[in-house]
Design a protein around this ligand. Sequence first.
Ligand SMILES: C[S@@+](CC[C@H](N)C(=O)[O-])C[C@H]1O[C@@H](n2cnc3c(N)ncnc32)[C@H](O)[C@@H]1O
Length: 241
Amino acid sequence: MNAATAIGIAETATRQGGRDQELAFWKAFVPTERFRLNWCNASPNPELEPEIDFFVSSLAWEIEKSHRRARILDVGSGPVSILRGSFEHLNVDLVCVDPLADEYSDIRASNDLALPVSIMCGHGEQLASMFGPRSFDAVHMRNALDQTANPLSTIRQMLHVARPEGYLLVHGFERQADAQNWIGFNQWNVYHDNSDICVRGLDGIEHRILTIFESLLVPIRVYRRQLSQDRSWCGFVATVR
Ligand SMILES: C[S@@+](CC[C@H](N)C(=O)[O-])C[C@H]1O[C@@H](n2cnc3c(N)ncnc32)[C@H](O)[C@@H]1O
């Protein structure tokens, strides 16, 4: 039994197709100059939203001032976390989880990327079996909620491993399932609506994340940004209760 089936994620042809598609993307992207410069060398990564960089680096700085080391989890990190460059000169434990971690390690090795941050193999839906409760000061997910098999279970697990008064940061492209024609991993549309972040799958049922989890989190910022005529971005930053 593999990791996905062990936690009840069906290894459907759709999800297998998603793995192949995602790996093909990163195999082509990792060797590019853009990836080397922005993901592996720049501090911070200029493709990370400045507000998110400012938030996580300020948090790490505050924690360091209190003589502690910040613990930050990036779920669905990809081969190199976009947060990698956000903590220059700060002492931070940046922990990365992705179901394709093993394949990403091979891609990193074949491109001679010897980076200090390694990736643990796991799904957002199984964080509680990987880490203790209240393990992280901040739990971050960029552009990956729409790729999970179960976004609500993933948010619940992220909340479980975040400490009370810690933070949840979730952001990514809006309506990515529509944009990708509902193929591969892209089986959920995530979108901003009326001060909430929603997910909707093929069954058409809308789940309002901030409303569903209102007893467990307090939103600090909920936003939507138009990137171009047909692309937009949305997300939230919240305190964990
Ligand atoms: C579009 S990439 C984004 C990578 C990175 N967060 C970024 O913004 O550059 C989406 C990532 O989500 C991962 N993913 C797919 N299913 C997941 C799940 N159930 N839990 C966590 N991550 C998942 C994929 O393997 C992939 O690395």
